[in-house]
Design a protein around this ligand. Structure first.
Ligand SMILES: [Fe+2]
Length: 392
């Protein structure tokens, strides 16, 4: 976890991990900048971190009860955006672990479906554009006057989340990070991004689905909501009702999304893996690919989607959480500090599955191990998607 030492206390999550407590309702989350970054990496394509609590991975689109929900983890930092995933397990406490990479943004930008919800940790910079509500902006600046300079420069939040927001135009977008409640509508009609500047013509395609120019969702506005920190007296919880079309296929369990699976099947193999992970920058071929995702890739995605639909693959996310790492026990309470090196105590074969990384030379003082999570292994083998961290 990347945070000052004073914040490194146990907290309550271990109770959910051990099953002493259970989340009362299905809970989806994306990663922020103070997460257990090693644990998130095990589940980088999505997975249960505890019973009923699902990490969406570094990016994802899922379905739940008729709603299509997209998300991206991490925060934007320009100096790491174009890097590959170059952290080894010994570096799991580093800030770069939670910095958004170009791969995830590009994957989401290929998505053509209509999203009900999108979740990011930091706000798209467009949110504080005064065209989306001068009154709301004035209220925000009254609470957080020190945001003014960044807003003026258009630097409060993530510019790459703007690309996703403008492309996907979900009905709702939820964020956090800035520790304040803020609610605005991003209006698409009459906005500078109203014209389909990203329209992509793939009319040379032989595939029927890919043979149409891309149209952005015809939505007039995206409702944006950010909430405050979860502390007494703060505005940290709101309940929102969604009305579903009567024809919507409502399934009570979490479901994979066919188009997203097709995107992963097409693009995941182009993320540098193996030795290249250890390099600082993307190799030139990969860089060229990710800077120019063209119509041939869109056709491949459409073909993969067709294949998945024709094969009627089960899209149910399996309810397969299992503990694979040692959990604290004994005399700890939520304010306890974890002794340095605790994560390195002997691996207890008896009540865990999966393979621990036993390369002890990679483990610095108190650094995390990398556990190969069986959820990721199952997902990758079921859908024939490469696991870019399999050689860790
Ligand atoms: Fe944050």
């Amino acid at each position: 976890m990347a945070a000052p030492d004073k914040y490194k206390i146990l907290g309550g999550f271990h109770k959910y991990y051990k099953g002493v407590e259970n989340a009362p309702c299905m809970t989806l989350f994306v990663g922020g900048n103070h997460e257990a970054s090693g644990y998130n990496r095990e589940l980088h394509l999505g997975g249960w971190v505890a019973k009923n609590i699902y990490f969406m991975g570094y990016s994802n689109v899922l379905k739940y009860k008729g709603l299509k929900i997209g998300g991206i983890s991490g925060i934007y930092m320009q100096h790491n955006y174009n890097n590959n995933y170059n952290e080894t397990p010994a570096m799991f406490g580093k800030n770069s672990m939670h910095h958004v990479r170009k791969f995830e943004v590009e994957k989401l930008k290929q998505y053509r479906g209509d999203l009900d919800i999108f979740v990011s940790h930091d706000w798209p910079t467009l949110i504080t554009d005064k065209r989306n509500g001068e009154k709301e902006l004035a209220t925000l600046l009254k609470i957080k006057p020190y945001f003014k300079q960044d807003i003026k420069k258009g630097e409060l939040g993530s510019p790459v989340s703007n690309d996703i927001l403008e492309r996907l135009r979900p009905a709702w977008w939820f964020s956090s990070h800035l520790h304040v409640r803020h609610r605005v509508n991003v209006n698409w009609s009459g906005s500078s991004v109203e014209k389909n500047k990203d329209e992509i013509n793939v009319s040379d395609s032989e595939n029927e689905n890919a043979d149409k120019p891309y149209q952005m969702p015809q939505r007039k506005k995206t409702r944006f909501l950010a909430l405050d920190k979860c502390l007494p007296g703060r505005k940290y919880l709101e309940i929102i009702d969604f009305e579903l079309d009567e024809h919507t296929d409502v399934v009570d369990t979490l479901q994979y999304d066919t188009e997203w699976l097709a995107i992963l099947k097409t693009l995941q193999k182009h993320i540098p893996s193996g030795d290249q992970i250890l390099g600082k920058d993307l190799d030139p071929e990969a860089e060229k690919f990710w800077n120019n995702i063209g119509s041939d890739v869109m056709r491949e995605i459409a073909t993969e989607k067709d294949k998945l639909e024709q094969n009627s693959v089960s899209l149910m996310v399996p309810d397969n959480f299992s503990m694979i790492a040692p959990a604290v026990d004994g005399d700890f309470n939520e304010n306890s500090r974890i002794p340095r090196g605790y994560a390195q105590r002997p691996y207890r074969e008896s009540n865990m599955v999966g393979r621990p990384n036993t390369d002890s030379h990679l483990l610095g003082g108190g650094a995390s191990k990398f556990y190969h999570n069986p959820q990721t292994e199952l997902f990758c083998s079921k859908f024939d998607i490469p696991d870019i961290f399999k050689d860790y």
